[in-house]
Write a protein of this length. Structure first.
Ligand code: CP
Length: 291
């Protein structure tokens, strides 16, 4: 994780200098998306181009997958054409099937359980602003979802202190928290799950939030909004955080729900830097799987 973040920072400098780096020269990168995406899709497409490869966008609803062709059959066919598959899927099981049957590297561009390339870009952003990862404290406020899971694992791997505050019933899964705690033991980091968002932000170097209602959860929208009401990242919550705390959001944001407009647009928000850094996180991830 540390080398991915560091490599993402190096590629950022190279991309800005327009230095060519053809690690994907001659390679075709398939972008199989079951769900909409602005940042992840575009950043992987551009990263592929910048690294000398050719992106092939595959909307799942335009493939035979949408008419019932099994993932394992699709994977074997795509594996014959493509060198890397980047996939955004509803179920992690789809990713493991793609990986098992395609014979090619598969990058998780978001599943129901994790969003790992988002975490690479987020940690790059923290490192840029704070100068280090080890020992920094990240407070994640809200849903213990895929983004939260990947931050727990990435933070644990890099010696960060990650504190999650979620309402009852929306905490990150116990098995994942155990795994993150075990990883943190070997890196000097720490993992905590608390109830009160003010406790979580009290020593934060970064305060992070994400949507309360992800795709596929729309039926639960009213219940979720009621459950998360106390977990909005707003100026009142930030009064409980140190002034050094930066504000993070993986976007898209829902102003007035998980975050207020003044906080997202405020001087401490690094959401737009995070968004840009997705390009370099994508590039480092692509390079990692083909080198
Ligand atoms: N943060 C993120 O994954 O954004 P997209 O859904 O636009 O890819």
């Amino acid at each position: 994780m540390e080398s991915l973040v560091s490599r993402a920072g190096t590629l950022k400098k190279q991309f800005k200098l327009r230095q060519p780096w053809g690690v994907l020269s001659g390679a075709a990168v398939g972008l199989l998306f079951e769900k909409p995406s602005t940042r992840t899709r575009t950043s992987f497409e551009v990263a592929t181009l910048r690294l000398g490869g050719s992106p092939v966008y595959l909307a799942a609803n335009e493939l035979q997958l949408s008419r019932g062709e099994p993932v394992k059959d699709t994977a074997r066919i795509l594996g014959g054409y493509l060198d890397v598959i980047v996939a955004r899927v509803f179920s992690q099981k789809t990713l493991t099937q793609l990986a098992a049957y395609s014979g090619k590297p598969v990058i998780n561009a978001l599943s129901d359980t994790e969003h790992p390339t988002q975490a690479v870009s987020d940690l790059l952003t923290i490192k840029e602003v704070k100068g280090r990862l080890q020992g920094t404290t990240l407070a994640y406020i809200g849903d213990g979802n895929n983004v939260c899971n990947s931050l727990l694992l990435a933070g644990a791997l890099t010696g960060m202190n990650v504190i999650v505050a979620s309402p009852e019933g929306y905490e990150p899964g116990a098995a994942l928290v155990r795994k993150a705690k075990s990883l943190a033991k070997s890196t000097g980091g720490s993992i905590d799950v608390v109830r009160d968002p003010k406790d979580a932000v009290a020593a934060a170097d970064a305060v992070y939030t994400d949507v309360w209602v992800s795709m596929g959860e729309e039926k639960e929208e009213d219940t979720r909004i009621r459950a998360f009401k106390r977990y909005q990242v707003n100026s009142a919550l930030l009064r409980a955080a140190p002034r050094r705390a930066i504000i993070m959001h993986c976007l898209p944001a829902h102003r007035g729900l998980e975050i207020t407009d003044d906080v997202l647009e405020g001087a401490r928000s690094v959401a737009w830097q995070q968004g840009e850094n997705k390009l370099y996180g994508a590039a480092a991830s692509l390079e990692f799987v083909v080198k």
